[in-house]
Design a protein around this ligand. Structure first.
Ligand SMILES: Nc1ncnc2c1ncn2[C@@H]1O[C@H](COP(=O)(O)OP(=O)(O)OP(=O)(O)O)[C@@H](O)[C@H]1O
Ligand SMILES: [Mg+2]
Length: 318
C-alpha cells in the first residue's frame, strides 16, 4: 500500500510514468513511455496499433514490471509485483472485455475476495448489498445487485468493474479501449460515469482509437508512437489533424492522399431490401471504381444487411 501524503494530494500528479522501458525478449514494446495523470482530469492516451498503450496500462496494473524508468504514485516510487498490489494502492483498470465470475451475483463480484464480516463472524450480505445499491444509485445504474453476472452485456460488466473500483475507493481509473464493443447509448452512459468519477477528484485515463470520443470526453491527451512518448496537450488546444500528425509522424495529407478515380457503371443495386425484425427498406448501389461506406451504430443492422446481400442469410422482400 502506498500511503497518500495529504500535502501532495492536490498538487502533484496522482500517477506518473517517466521514460519507462519494457521488452519481451528481442521485442521492445516500450522504448520510452511517459505519462502524468492528475486528479479531476480525464486523460486520453492515443497512438497507432502497437504504439505501446496497453503495455503502459499493464505496467500500471501490476501485470508487467518495467525494465527501466520511473513509476510514481502520489509522488512515491512504486514497482508492483502483482495486480493485487496495484489494486490495493488505488489503481483500477477497466478492460474492453471484463472477466467477471458468471455464476456469482453482481454484489459477490464487486466484493470478490474481501467480503465484509458481521459481528457474528458471518459474511455481511446486507452490508454488501446496501453499498452496491448506493454506488448504483450514484451512477444512475438500474441493475439488480442480486442477479448473476452471466448474460450481462459488456457495457453492464464494465459498469460493475467501475462500481468495484468505487467500492475500493480507487484514486486512479484506467480504461483500455472500453468503448470498442459498446453502442452509442452505452458509450454515453459510460462517459457520464467517467465524468462523475473525475468530478469526485479521481484521475481517469481513457484509451480510444476514436477521435470524436477523445474530444468529447477528455481534458488532456498524450500521444505515443513506436513505444515512445511524443507529446501531451490540452484537448482545447489541439485538433484531430495535429494529433494524427503526431501519431504517424507525418502530414495527414500524405497519409490519406485523395486519388482521382472514374466512377463507372452500377455493379450492385439493393432496393427496398427487408427482413422483418432485422432491417427494413434498405436501398443503395455500388458502382465500379467507388468505395461505399455503410455506417451506423452497433446493432443498427449493418452486418445483417451485408449477410443478406452476400447470401449467408435470407430476406423477405426487395
Ligand atoms: N507480451 C508481449 N510479448 C511480445 N510482444 C509484445 C507483448 N505485448 C506487446 N507486445 C508488442 O509490443 C508493442 C506494443 O504493444 P501494445 O499492446 O502495448 O500496443 P497498443 O498501443 O496497446 O496497440 P493497440 O492499439 O493495437 O491496442 C507491439 O508491437 C506488440 O506486438
Ligand atoms: Mg492496446
Amino acid at each position: 500500500m502506498v500511503a497518500e501524503d495529504p500535502a501532495r494530494r492536490n498538487t502533484g500528479p496522482a500517477l506518473e510514468l517517466e521514460r519507462v522501458v519494457k521488452s519481451f525478449g528481442p521485442v521492445v514494446a516500450l522504448r520510452s513511455g511517459s505519462l502524468s495523470l492528475h486528479r479531476n482530469s480525464i486523460h486520453a492516451l492515443i497512438g497507432e496499433n502497437g504504439a505501446g498503450k496497453s503495455t503502459m496500462v499493464k505496467i500500471m496494473a501490476g501485470l508487467y514490471r518495467r525494465d527501466a524508468g520511473e513509476f510514481r504514485l502520489h509522488g512515491e516510487s512504486v514497482d508492483f509485483a502483482s495486480t493485487a498490489q496495484s489494486k490495493n494502492s488505488g489503481i483500477a483498470v477497466i478492460y474492453q472485455e471484463p472477466t467477471l465470475f458468471p455464476d456469482l451475483s453482481i454484489t459477490e463480484n464487486i466484493f470478490m475476495g474481501r467480503q465484509p464480516v458481521s459481528r457474528f463472524g458471518r459474511i455481511d450480505r446486507k452490508a454488501m448489498r446496501v453499498e452496491v445499491e448506493q454506488i448504483f444509485a450514484r451512477l444512475g445504474v438500474g441493475l439488480d445487485p442480486d442477479r448473476l453476472t452471466e448474460g450481462l452485456s459488456i457495457a453492464d460488466q464494465q459498469i460493475i468493474e467501475i462500481a468495484k473500483a468505487i467500492s475500493l475507493d480507487a484514486s486512479v481509473l484506467i480504461m483500455d479501449e472500453p468503448t470498442a464493443a459498446l453502442s452509442g447509448v452505452e458509450v454515453e452512459r459510460l462517459f457520464t460515469v467517467a465524468r462523475s468519477l473525475r468530478d469526485e477528484g479521481r484521475a481517469v485515463m481513457f484509451i480510444s482509437h476514436r477521435f470524436d470520443e477523445v474530444f468529447a470526453l477528455c481534458d488532456t491527451v498524450t500521444v505515443m508512437r513506436d513505444g515512445a512518448y511524443i507529446a501531451t496537450q490540452q484537448i482545447a488546444d489541439t485538433t484531430v489533424d495535429e494529433l494524427v500528425r503526431q501519431m504517424v509522424g507525418r502530414d495527414v495529407t500524405e497519409l490519406f492522399p485523395k486519388q482521382e478515380t472514374t466512377v463507372g457503371e452500377e455493379l450492385l443495386k439493393v432496393d427496398g431490401l427487408t427482413s422483418p425484425g432485422t432491417f427494413h427498406d434498405i436501398s443503395f448501389s455500388v458502382r465500379a471504381g467507388e468505395i461505399v461506406a455503410l455506417a451506423g451504430l452497433v446493432g443498427a443492422g449493418r452486418s445483417e444487411v451485408v449477410r443478406a446481400v452476400f447470401g449467408v442469410d435470407g430476406y423477405a422482400s426487395g
